[in-house]
Design a protein around this ligand. Structure first.
Ligand code: ZN
Length: 240
């Protein structure tokens, strides 16, 4: 089994298509979605249908949770709030229901998936350092857990933090716990505009990080045409 592990799609259909094509070309036969299918960009409904069609394991992200509310959370920043309102309108009642039913944590084969962290998954904490990672690992009962939420590819063990780059591959060692963030498909924030995801090969026990170019001009054009904040189009090019 070769899993494509991807999350933080954020309604960027061009990026999602590019990732799914790349995964197929690289022999992936399993898919796992780490949440935040919707929010920010212009194709929430299309991205949701595409993920649904894969029939893969999916967990709930904070935007999936927020965009099915008629009124967003109070502490949401104004740009996210505008996108949230717009997204809510785009989703059908069935699609909102589908998002609502997603779980926060799941186990797939012998690994765990959660959007934020395993300690208080519903609080949507960000794992940005070793201490956050250790708090999550205290609740990690599989050797491997995939997370998302920060939009930055990172691999944590109890002793190390690695920032994986395109093509970098780690071989899982026995007896070591891993917390792996494959970065974001639809809104990377590590300064590289290309869509980010990981391939986990079960047989060889390796995880490789992939960066994929996509039709960013079309994604940006759609954001403008939808009347979403301009900044959302700009940030895609900057990878922030
Ligand atoms: Zn996100």
């Amino acid at each position: 089994m070769r899993y494509a592990i991807f999350g933080d799609i954020h309604a960027n259909l061009e990026a999602l298509d590019a990732v799914l094509n790349d995964a197929a070309e690289n022999g992936c036969n399993g898919y796992v979605c780490l949440g935040d299918i919707v929010g920010y960009n212009a194709n929430p409904s299309e991205c949701l249908e595409k993920v649904k069609e894969l029939g893969c394991a999916v967990i709930k992200g904070n935007h999936d949770e927020d965009c099915i509310r008629e009124n967003p959370m109070k502490d949401t920043n104004p740009i996210a709030r505008e996108a949230q309102r717009w997204t809510y309108e785009q989703l059908s009642p069935e699609q909102r229901e589908w998002l609502k039913d997603l779980r926060y944590v799941r186990q797939v084969f012998d690994f765990t998936i959660v959007h934020s962290s395993l300690d208080q998954p519903q609080q949507m904490h960000y794992i940005i350092n070793k201490f956050d990672a250790m708090a999550s690992m205290a609740y990690q009962f599989t050797r491997l857990c995939f997370i998302a939420h920060t939009h930055i590819p990172q691999i944590y063990t109890k002793t190390d933090v690695v920032e994986p780059f395109e093509g970098s591959e780690i071989v899982l060692e026995n007896g070591v716990k891993y917390l792996v963030n494959p970065g974001s498909v639809g809104q990377p924030r590590d300064g590289d505009w290309r869509a980010s995801y990981a391939i986990f090969d079960l047989r060889s026990g390796t995880i490789s990080l992939r960066r994929v170019e996509y039709d960013i001009a079309t994604a940006q054009q759609k954001i403008k045409e939808a009347g979403l904040p301009d900044f959302l189009a700009q940030r895609l090019a900057e990878g922030v």
